[in-house]
Design a protein around this ligand. Structure first.
Ligand code: FPP
Length: 253
């Protein structure tokens, strides 16, 4: 039986988030420039998006560019921006054919106008698709997202739209950029680093974490399936004990 068939369709995570790391090292090992790694990273993105669609996963969030990434050498930042444009343009047909709906989170207004333009175009062209929701985190910082949420809620308190006692975890979630999107049950990080790097801090409070040494350009749908299979072997207790989970399951059946 192949790995994909071992995955239980009834226990799929609704939302998987990925920190795609290791492009630069992948290129360096091959004596190439960092952008060569990023270009090959696009191939891995394509394969994983395909795999997520095949499984029937509803949401896939990819960390494509962090706010901190603006501090990289200008030549790399510019090359990444051009890559986003070509990737978005080249993939449009593919995404439409595969019923993928694209959206983006992050400080999108800080992106060069041609990146914003191309991104908005594909977002609009795929808005009626009903398959996989592919969310690109670009110029994204979780602390920035949380700061914006606090500002929004403070404005609502100031204008008497809400009272401070009505501030709840639900209200906070509704005021994040990820409003309406379920929290990721699984967070994958490639590239052998064991950190979160300012990604979805509020949303991953109960996510299962999966770290792999594989550098992002070597990641593919088979390795993605492996991560999903690994996730399905875990027991998610949400602070409860095993016996309570057994009882919950019995009550449900
Ligand atoms: C991290 O590797 C990767 C990035 C900062 C860029 C990710 C971009 C892509 C995979 C390409 C395009 C994506 C889309 C969605 C069109 P790194 O450069 O930090 O690698 P290193 O840790 O080896 O230096």
């Amino acid at each position: 039986m192949c790995l994909k068939d071992k995955i239980e369709k009834s226990k799929l995570p609704k939302h998987v988030a990925i920190i795609m790391d290791g492009n630069g090292r992948w290129a360096k090992i091959r004596g190439n420039k960092r952008i060569f790694g990023h270009k090959n990273g696009v191939k891995a993105v394509r394969d994983v998006v395909k795999g997520a669609g095949e499984l029937g996963i509803k949401y896939l969030t990819l960390y494509a560019f962090s706010t901190e990434n603006w501090n990289r050498p200008k030549i790399e930042v510019n090359a990444l921006m051009s890559l986003f444009i070509t990737a978005v343009k080249n993939e449009t047909k593919n995404l439409i054919e595969n019923n993928v709906k694209l959206s983006a989170i992050g400080e999108l207004n800080t992106l060069p106008s041609n990146v914003q333009l191309n991104l908005n175009e594909i977002i609009s062209e795929t808005k009626n698709n009903s398959g996989l929701n592919l969310i690109l985190a670009i110029s994204y910082s979780s602390k920035q997202e949380i700061t914006e949420m606090v500002r929004k809620i403070a404005e609502q308190v100031k204008s008497n739209t809400i009272k401070t006692e009505n501030i709840s975890p639900e209200l906070i979630s509704e005021n994040m950029q990820t409003a309406g999107i379920p929290n990721p049950e699984l967070l994958i990080r490639t590239g052998g680093e064991y950190r979160i790097s300012n990604f979805l801090l509020w949303q991953i409070s109960y996510s299962e974490l999966y770290f792999t040494e594989t550098l992002w350009p070597d990641f593919n749908k088979k390795l993605f399936f492996e991560a999903i299979y690994n996730y399905q072997q875990r027991e998610r207790r949400f602070g409860k004990i095993t016996e309570q989970l057994d009882n919950d399951a019995e009550e449900k059946s």
